[in-house]
Design a protein around this ligand. Structure first.
Ligand code: FRU
Length: 495
């Protein structure tokens, strides 16, 4: 069966997609480049795919921006960023060359574009750029992230440190071409107590100096021996005199499917983040699709009172048209709220409950087969559980639960924003906790949203749950559908 291709989310026209790269707001358009191999459904020889959008809702597909060529990126143009160098868009990325002994070299390369649409790129004839190596041995040395401040250009690279921790290396340059090593900006050993597991290799470091004054560092953590434990960690701290002091850290997204998240600074000073949501289909089922990998929607990221704020970009909410609105509905265990949702839907809900009550929200629920993705929350437990074990009848699809702590707010109100789009669901709780989950329902009627109140077993009182407000909005599907080729074209492969 061909799975539902998401329409609001960026997907590759054909083949493979992984990390977001070179996120830049340029001449009024948001540009998203991405690791891509259009000829394969699996990680292969990577190039930079390219889409752009004015409104963050409809995306225009462009030709590949950077493709491997004889020289320092012959075996792949891996992740990197784009900066504005006096009006010249400058991509700084990882070039891969395979060695005869099975290993690879990773170096930093530059390409520039003076094309207002960023379609045409020229690789720098001096590639790779000059890099002073760190004064210790590393294996991973990639994913440059560059910005300019009062001290010139700064660059971060992701690495694995000799002591077994992941790390971020800091470099400085006056001209983007000649880079001097300034030290380890942060290592897994520097994180404050309570940090999540951070593996032995850090990839895709990204740094934002936020309007609130804090520095936000994103790192994607990896350990070659535990392949399934990949996620992005958000570290909140301070950055001054080329030193980063970590204050707190947590997972950026608590779902199964968000990795290599990167930052875009918009013209109005916001930071957006996009991540890679991989397929969790079996290899055989993946081959029924002509493509693989989805970019999570752009999310606004920031810090308020020391807490990470994460919400879908306002353009997405504003671009959607209201379809259904429910207000002040009391939900009892025998009387759930059930609504059929459009296939692309933005659901915003405020639920009012107390410590005795708990709720379940079922998404993409099928009344005939029972397929559904569940969000379970109980006021007394104060944690959210996303359960995708019932979300698909396909065998060999990855299931499992995702969990995050979320104590019941003092006023008893839990706010959720949920975006449903084909095989991806993004769930935001309290404008801070996000879950990205890939699901593959097979039933034609898997489009119900059901809100249930569950019986409190330890109380004589009936559980109370009030849906104070629920709105479901959607988009002009024909505008979204234009952004991707017809499936028959995609199956025919690249021209
Ligand atoms: C992260 C990553 C990067 C690398 C890229 C290759 O997913 O491994 O470190 O540059 O993917 O596609």
């Amino acid at each position: 069966m061909i799975q539902d291709r998401p329409l609001l989310h960026i997907t590759p026209p054909t083949g493979w997609l992984n990390d977001p790269n070179g996120l830049v707001h340029w001449k009024g358009r948001h540009h998203v480049f991405y690791q891509s191999d259009p000829a394969s459904l699996w990680f292969g020889v990577m190039q930079w795919g390219h889409v752009s959008s004015e409104d963050l809702v409809t995306w225009k597909q462009h030709p590949a921006a950077l493709v491997p060529s004889p020289g320092a990126d012959l075996a792949g143009c891996w992740s990197g960023c784009i900066v504005d160098d006096e009006g010249v868009a400058t991509a700084i990325y990882t070039g891969i060359v395979k060695l005869d002994n099975g290993g690879k070299t990773q170096s930093v390369l530059i390409a520039t574009s003076t094309d207002p649409e960023l379609v045409e790129w020229t690789k720098d004839p001096e590639n790779p750029v000059v890099i002073e190596p760190p004064d210790f041995e590393v294996d991973a040395f990639r994913d440059p992230y560059v910005w300019r401040d009062g001290n010139g250009w700064a660059m971060l690279l992701g690495t694995d440190l000799p002591d077994g921790h992941g790390g971020v290396l800091l470099y400085r340059s006056p001209d983007l071409r000649d880079w001097r090593f300034r030290g380890v900006l942060l290592s897994g050993a520097d994180l404050p107590a309570g940090a999540p597991w951070t593996g032995s290799v850090w990839e895709c470091p990204n740094l934002a100096i936020l309007p609130s004054g804090e520095a936000l560092l994103l790192i994607s953590v990896h350990d070659p021996s535990t392949l399934s434990l990949h996620y992005t960690v958000a570290v909140i701290g301070t950055f001054a005199s080329d030193r980063f002091i970590a204050i707190s850290s947590r997972r950026l997204d608590h779902g199964h499917d968000c990795y290599a998240a990167a930052l875009e600074k918009t013209a109005d000073g916001r930071f957006l983040t996009y991540g890679w949501a991989w397929e969790t289909l079996s290899p055989e089922d993946r081959e029924t699709q002509a493509w693989s990998g989805v970019m999570t929607l752009p999310r606004e990221v920031g810090v308020r009172d020391g807490v990470l704020i994460l919400t879908p970009a306002r353009e997405i909410r504003e671009g959607a048209t209201l379809k259904t609105k429910v207000e002040s509905r009391v939900v009892t265990p025998n009387n759930p709220l059930e609504i059929v949702a459009p296939s692309v839907a933005v659901v915003e809900a405020t639920l009012l409950l107390d410590h005795k009550s708990s709720f379940r929200i079922a998404l993409r629920s099928s009344p005939t087969s029972g397929e559904e993705l569940r969000i379970d929350y109980s006021g007394s437990r104060g944690s959210i559980v996303i359960d995708r074990s019932q979300a698909s009848q396909l065998v060999n699809v990855l299931g499992g639960q995702s969990t995050a702590e979320y104590p019941l707010p003092y006023d008893g109100r839990v706010t959720l924003t949920i975006i449903i789009d084909g095989t991806i669901v993004e769930i935001f709780v309290g404008n801070s906790i996000a879950f990205s989950e890939r699901i593959y329902p097979q039933s034609a009627d898997a489009n119900m949203i059901r809100i249930e109140s569950q019986v409190a077993t330890f109380s004589e009182q009936p559980a109370t749950l009030v849906v104070e407000r629920l709105t479901i909005s959607t988009f002009d599907m024909s505008a979204l559908a234009r952004a991707v080729p017809a499936l028959s074209d995609a199956l025919a492969g690249p021209a």
